[in-house]
Design a protein around this ligand. Structure first.
Ligand code: EPZ
Length: 428
């Protein structure tokens, strides 16, 4: 086991290069199953969630060749099984994308319900509604979700909630179905557009990705292609907030500034200066953040995956801020950690009222989930003293080379092995 040890109080300065988008990679890699040829995928982030997806592909029988640190060549032609290994599926939410991809290829899929970060109830009813609209019969059998159809047939699907996962899964299932599928009330996140671009480059016929109506006309074949994944909006946003929170001056490179607009607007409201370039943004932090209110919304609103980082910044703002979480039921579990550092935050259901304090002081912390873990790093960078963060495997799920990237910006952050106290006693 490992932990991060951070000595706070240093201003971040310099440049950071953003990796490929986690939430695009974990959709595009399972989508390769639909191809009739070899796919070369570039700009894949080196994170543990991607490692799990690649492991699943490998165990299903795909031939996976490592070309370099961020490029894989995947040949899915020998995959014969439609059953996804349960132990791996339970590790992450995005493993559910194998359901849509398997259905799209074999007209059947058998998979354990997906795991992932704990933000309260995480249903998949909208995914199932979509598969059923395409003619699949979906049953739960022996703790596994079983979906099958003679042949999937395109149909309209109206999503009751705007769901990223359901939109992606229905696209994957529909891309080779007979006829036209129309997803209404679809999610519009950048990774949905990236998946549609990938599928279209293979020969799919998808229109409207990035709007709330996506039209998918089924095709017979999808061919192998070379495709480069978009930069990670949330990793970029995390470094932007970290720069603002330390009063720093950071150039965040390899980004699509358009994807960052809601984050940029909020940081400017909080007193930061943000300059946009073609593929970079520069953030100059304020001497103290201004208070402001934040409400998370599906894209193009302020992303829920940036909520803990932004709330951490606002914990030292010059007044009271209200943060409303409107996507997940329970995404404020990290607040207790900030309170240990001296933050004044009251949570009532999906609303947090933050009374800004002058500064935070170091405390022993743990990462309650991926983005909360990133927020704890930001808190450690801001705080007076030495902060230790445990349970960092959550952070490794979504941030590549996190200590190297922060260190290059001048942060004092180290990854340290946790010595089991029982072992230490035995050694003495
Ligand atoms: C994706 O999760 C992301 N994960 C999450 O990012 C992100 O927080 C979320 O979208 C919202 O933007 C990946 O892309 C792998 P949803 P997903 O389906 O697809 C309800 C991160 O930190 N809902 O859009 O699971 C659900 O309960 C991760 O990178 C249903 O009711 O989210 C929630 O309230 C964490 N029924 C809302 O919709 C369903 O069938 C949005 O969920 C599906 C969802």
């Amino acid at each position: 086991m490992e932990k991060f040890v951070i000595t706070g109080g240093r201003r971040l300065e310099g440049e950071v290069i953003i990796s490929g988008a986690k939430n695009a990679a974990v959709a595009i890699l399972p989508a390769v199953i639909l191809s009739d040829g070899v796919c070369r995928i570039e700009n894949i982030p080196g994170i543990s969630d991607v490692a799990v997806i690649v492991r699943i592909l490998y165990e299903l029988g795909a031939n996976v060749k490592v070309i370099n640190k961020s490029t894989l060549e995947i040949d899915p032609r020998h995959i014969a099984s439609h059953v996804v290994p349960a132990d791996l599926t339970k590790r992450m939410r995005a493993s559910s994308y194998f359901m849509g991809a398997m259905l799209g290829r074999f007209n059947k899929a058998r998979i354990a319900p997906p795991g992932g970060c704990d933000f309260g109830v995480r249903p998949i009813d909208q995914h199932i509604k979509g598969f059923e609209a395409l003619g699949a019969r979906v049953v739960i059998d022996g703790g596994m979700v079983d979906a099958s159809a003679e042949r999937l047939v395109g149909n309209p699907v109206y999503l009751d909630v705007v769901s990223v996962g359901a939109t992606i899964n229905i696209m994957l299932a529909a891309v080779k179905a007979r006829g036209l599928t129309v997803i209404e009330n679809a999610a519009k996140e950048p990774h949905i557009v990236d998946l549609a671009n990938f599928l279209n480059s293979m020969g799919a016929d998808i229109m409207g990705a990035g709007t709330d109506v996506i039209k998918i006309r089924g095709v017979e074949h999808l061919s192998g292609v070379t495709y480069s994944i978009i930069p990670d909006q949330i990793e970029a946003g995390t470094y932007m907030v970290a720069a603002a929170a330390t009063g720093g001056d950071v150039l965040v490179k390899n980004v699509i500034p358009k994807h960052l607009e809601s984050i940029t607007a909020k940081l400017e409201e909080a007193g930061a200066t943000v300059e946009e370039f073609d593929e970079a943004v520069r953030i100059i932090g304020p001497s103290r953040p201004r208070h402001c209110n934040v409400k998370t919304m599906p894209h193009p609103g302020f992303p829920t995956d940036m909520q803990p980082q932004m709330a951490t910044l606002l914990s030292v703002a010059d007044g009271a801020s209200i943060v409303t979480e409107s996507v997940w039921d329970n995404r404020f579990r990290y607040v207790d950690q900030l309170t240990l550092m001296g933050a004044k935050i009251q949570v009532d259901g999906k609303v947090a009222v933050i009374q800004g304090v002058e500064g935070l002081t170091a405390a022993p912390l743990h990462a309650t989930d991926l983005r909360a873990g990133a927020a704890m790093i930001i808190a450690g960078l801001m705080a007076r003293g030495v902060t230790e963060i445990e349970d960092i495997t959550h952070i490794d799920r979504g941030y590549e080379d996190v200590t190297a990237k922060f260190s290059a910006l001048g942060a004092d952050i180290r990854r340290v092995k946790i010595i089991n106290p029982n072992l230490r006693k035995a050694a003495l």
